[in-house]
Design a protein around this ligand. Structure first.
Ligand code: UDX
Length: 434
């Protein structure tokens, strides 16, 4: 099949590479000349395990064709996927300006009947809006249908998730569009959920909002565990073995971040408000997530008596491990809070330093765990990178300064035995080795 992907961000580029790997001819339209040229030269604009190799492989086979020329990109396409950004506006609603611009361009340049598909997470009714933009510009608009096929990939696991989806959600009005979308995914496993366009758009928001709810729930449980002296890890294990609950997304910590959960929960809350519905539960999920970051800093402050002038070594800047993405990262927010309380912060991250510097230019970055912890008054683990887990680096710190605040509960408490260590995590009893 000949398809076009518009936008070479996380979703666009990873999807393009995977559709190309499935044997489709994929035109990847990216308006940024440099980015597009880089892709032709095998340079990937972000860190994603396995992507560079896959892009190289499918480009050599001629299956992936990056371009900046919209005419060339959509001339023969049977399916055109819109994968551009939908950032949050000030008021929490989704900013659809990029989607609308693309709709306008498609309307002006598409030469033949085709199905346009929204893959970006967009509010209910966006496909209709794209359809009406196309309608305004074309007399043959009825030949161009707009469908929805939301993407559920996780950063850091993008290729695996794209090749092994649990479900492929297809929202389309006509049998023709449904069939095309079923055909383009026919080599992939997973359930097909074929439905109307608005429902497909809603499935994406509902999924992300529910996962965010699980995280805020377990974080609140962790806070109560701290008060009563229970252990959240065992509580989560006990709860998660009930298949009606499931063990995923029950890891307590400093809350969710990233390019999806924060933005999508705010957008869904704002969609509900637009229809005069007060989505109280979701509003609390968002509030609890913010509060969890503040609470972590308050706990550190209490332990150190004051943060003023204290040197804090931060391990981890990205919003989770296996990505270089720092968007809405809890770590970045916590660094801001620590600094606001007068702490002197320096940080180390295996791959996220460059991106962190873009949003926090004055951040002090160290090249290794050993250098960041040297001479610090305390260490904060803020991202769940494997290399922080073993606590081996604690040996290089004098006993009196072995103070660790683990915001991700990544350390196995049974293995903590170095004299002088004080270890505090989230929802688990503190550990003190004398
Ligand atoms: C998420 C969804 O999982 C994916 O389906 C959707 O398409 C996009 O949004 P992603 O943003 O890549 O994917 O991150 P994810 O792995 O889901 O983690 C989100 C955040 O929640 C991270 O900050 C992570 O550290 C945090 N998290 C996750 C927890 O705090 N506890 C958990 O149990 C799970």
């Amino acid at each position: 099949m000949i398809i076009t992907i518009i936008g070479a961000g996380y979703v666009g580029l990873t999807s393009a590479a995977v559709y190309a790997r499935l044997g489709h001819t994929v035109w990847l339209l990216e308006c940024d000349e440099k980015k597009s040229q880089d892709l032709k030269n095998g340079i990937i604009p972000f860190y994603e395990p396995g992507l560079k190799e896959l892009v190289g492989e499918v480009s050599t086979l001629g299956h992936l064709k990056p371009t900046t020329d919209i005419k060339e990109a959509i001339r023969e396409a049977q399916l055109v996927f819109i994968c551009v950004g939908t950032p949050s506006r000030e008021d929490g609603s989704a900013d659809l300006s990029q989607v609308e611009t693309v709709a306008q361009q498609i309307a002006s340049h598409l030469g033949r009947s085709c199905v346009v598909v929204n893959k970006s997470t967009v509010p209910v009714g966006t496909a209709e809006r794209v359809q009406s933009i196309i309608k305004r510009s074309r007399i043959d608009a009825q030949e161009i249908e707009v469908a929805s096929c939301p993407e559920f990939l996780r950063e850091g696991n993008a290729l695996h998730d794209l090749l092994n989806p649990d479900r492929v959600v297809i929202g389309a009005a006509s049998e023709h569009a449904q069939k095309l979308l079923i055909a383009v995914h026919d080599q992939l496993p997973g359930q097909r959920v074929v439905t109307d366009v608005k429902t497909a758009e809603m499935i994406k928001y509902a999924s992300n909002a529910f996962l965010a709810t699980k995280i805020s729930f377990i974080n609140e449980m962790a806070n109560v565990c701290e008060l009563v002296g229970a252990n959240i890890e065992d509580v989560a294990r006990g709860m998660g073995s009930d298949p009606r609950i499931g063990s995923a997304f029950l890891k307590a910590g400093i809350g969710y971040g990233g390019s999806c959960f924060p933005k999508d929960t705010r957008a869904l809350s704002s969609i509900a408000a637009e229809y005069n519905y007060d989505f109280q539960l979701l509003k609390s999920v968002i509030e609890v997530n913010q509060r969890q970051r503040e609470r972590f800093v308050e706990k550190i402050q209490k332990k150190l008596t004051t943060l003023s002038g204290k040197v804090i070594a931060v391990l981890g800047l990205t919003f989770k491990n296996n990505t270089d993405d720092v968007r809405e990262s809890s770590a970045i927010d916590i660094i801001r809070l620590l600094r606001a309380h007068g702490a002197v912060v320096r940080a180390y991250d295996p791959v996220g330093s460059q991106n962190a510097r873009k949003i926090m230019p004055d951040i002090t970055i160290c090249p290794s765990i050993e250098t960041v912890v040297k001479g610090a008054d305390a260490v904060c683990i803020l991202t769940e990178w494997n290399e922080f887990q073993s606590l081996q680096w604690l040996e290089s710190i004098p006993p009196a300064k072995r103070i660790v605040f683990d915001g991700r509960n990544i350390c196995d408490v049974a293995g903590i035995n170095l004299p002088g260590t004080f270890y505090m995590s989230v929802g688990r009893p503190d550990i003190r080795i004398t």
